[in-house]
Design a protein around this ligand. Sequence first.
Ligand code: KIV
Length: 277
Amino acid sequence: MPRSVRDILSMKNSRKITVITAYDYTTAQLCDKAGVDILLVGDSGGMVMLGYENTIPVTMEQMCFFTEAASRGRHNAMVVADMPFMSYQSSKSQAIENAGKLIKTGADAVKLEGGIEIKDTVRSIVEIGIPVMGHIGFQPQTTTLQEGYKVQARTRDSALSLIQNAKALEEAGAFGIVLEMVTKEVANIISGSVRIPTIGIGSGPDCDGQVLVFHDVLGLFEKLKPKFAKRYLELAGEIVDAVTSYKNDVVSGRFPAQEHSFSIEKSELERLRREIV
Ligand code: KIV
């Protein structure tokens, strides 16, 4: 049975929650097998899968496509899908309709960027029965427009505002909050101030869980290498080496070999040859 909201809530103060992004069936299957608690179908898929510069161009259609594929690959993990930029800001009814679309394609919950300003939207989605995860601190959909990539909560005022945003999301019924690029001390304070789990990315060790982008964990994405992401492999180089060997084998005739080929019965081949000459 996939992890439920209740399972995730019960992990706070008992064990760390593990989250990784997945945008397709195969990746989701592998990460689920590794035992992560949540597969996040992040709108970062727009960058690592579709080649956009940032997450702003990502559409609902693309998120539904990723979500449908990833959710087919999961067995035990919860699937949380990102609501892309401008899929929830216009009105509560727009937000509810789009959250519903992601649930219908296979998500168990949706994630929205924003704090107090989207409190009522979060509440409306939760009230119709769709679990919501919040996302504050660095918000890729909008912070990049205002200040570029910047660590959040470095001052007393910005830290206070972040704490208020976290509390607003909790009051609105969110079951968890992603804290992105928040100073570790403030992430610690927020994690101790709300009853719901915090999931950190670049926010230090004291969050209730951690999330990373799959492509960063495997060293697949070369364009952007965030300081906070631990690269467990450097697969990009290995993939280029493997594909170069394949190309060289084809050009030199080393591939395909006997073991990669199929044969017709000798007698059938002889009959065929007699008939065609
Ligand atoms: O889209 C994404 O991958 C995310 C994570 C960075 C938390 O929102």
